[in-house]
Design a protein around this ligand. Sequence first.
Ligand code: SF4
Ligand code: SF4
Length: 441
Amino acid sequence: MQTNFTSAQLADPHVQESEKILRKCVHCGFCTATCPTYVTLGNELDSPRGRIYLIKDMLENGRPADKEIVTHIDRCLSCLACMTTCPSGVNYMHLVDHARAHIEKTYRRPLANRLTRALLAFVLPHRGRFRAALKLAKLGRPFAGAFDKVAVLKPLAAMLRLAPASVPATSALEKPGVHAPKVAVLGRVAILTGCAQPVLEPGINEATVSLLNRLGIEVVVPKGEGCCGALVHHMGREEAALVSARQNVDAWTREIEKGGLDAIVITASGCGTTIKDYGFMLRLDPAYADKAARVSALAKDITEYLATLDLPEPQHKPGLTVAYHSACSMQHGQKITRQPKDLLARAGFIVKEPREGHLCCGSAGTYNIMQPEISAKLRERKVKNIEATGAALVATGNIGCITQIASAANMPVVHTVKLLDWAYGGEKPAGLPDERLLAAE
Ligand code: SF4
Ligand code: SF4
């Protein structure tokens, strides 16, 4: 694509990067077919190609964002299916991140929208605040139907519906510390404890530590790590995202220098995509560029890391049929497609892949709160395809997808690592069917 930026505009390294990306796009439109918003809404401006034109026009003319561009960029899930499809290697992720930061700086959103976004940015990245908010949400849940009738309160209604009926007890893993194996030590990793996931489902990181320890891997929860910054990053709040990124880079760098790390293990693929991008996000900060690049290189999804280990035979082969839902951040963001399925199959599960596996489930960070209608349509489509597999349960590697799919599916939705932990000698995840009964059917 031809671009017309002035040399003064190109002096801005963010514009320079976006210009490089725009030049790669050849307008072929292949990406439209796999874009969930184009597939759902059928509007070119809600396709990757349409959004690329809108972003180009806004940046080239040095214009502040307007209502039209904000509408179409807000509808983008950042699922990155377009990047998987694009034959020209267009880095839509970095382009849309730049557009979101530009929108945040130049556009004044309506009051209700501003308040909802501010509330999400204030609460979600902080475990204590999020836990308190979930307890409050329990009281507000009966009013969700009433809030749904007022357009500006729809996000609040969506938030209340997504809140779990009960909040799990705080896990000991939230405290910094070292979890040493009882067998010979074969490796040492740090685990990202994160923000929303340990509050909603602490069992995911507990299963991870327990499995890794049994495999001889020491697991460190470093002091000072926290939210990866993805939630605010996707809202265009660049500075806030970089504060989180620097904090985590510092925490992991201390551990790397202290005892060395084989990997930084992440159990939420949404966080993994962002941490793997820290090197890019902090490239212009001379004090952090190298350290951030080192952290990004060490970041591994738990299944990616497990696939590098010499695993023993599973202690228990469950024989259950599992529909594997690949989160967008896993398959498109991190290009991890084979490892989770191979590990599940090796552990004795029968793995089924739902149709339209490339399409987002509609979770996408805070998307299911901010865009509840499109999100609900995508969820319905996803659940229908999952149920058509005839599987007894769903496995996936991202807490957002777990919450989204579980809110509509008639079967348990479990993190992949909890199933692997079970097969390799850990506890059976709660709510799973009895495999002996299923075998007898
Ligand atoms: S990130 Fe997803 S929703 Fe956004 S343009 Fe690309 S395919 Fe469409
Ligand atoms: S597939 Fe790639 S090159 Fe083609 S229109 Fe989409 S982004 Fe541009």
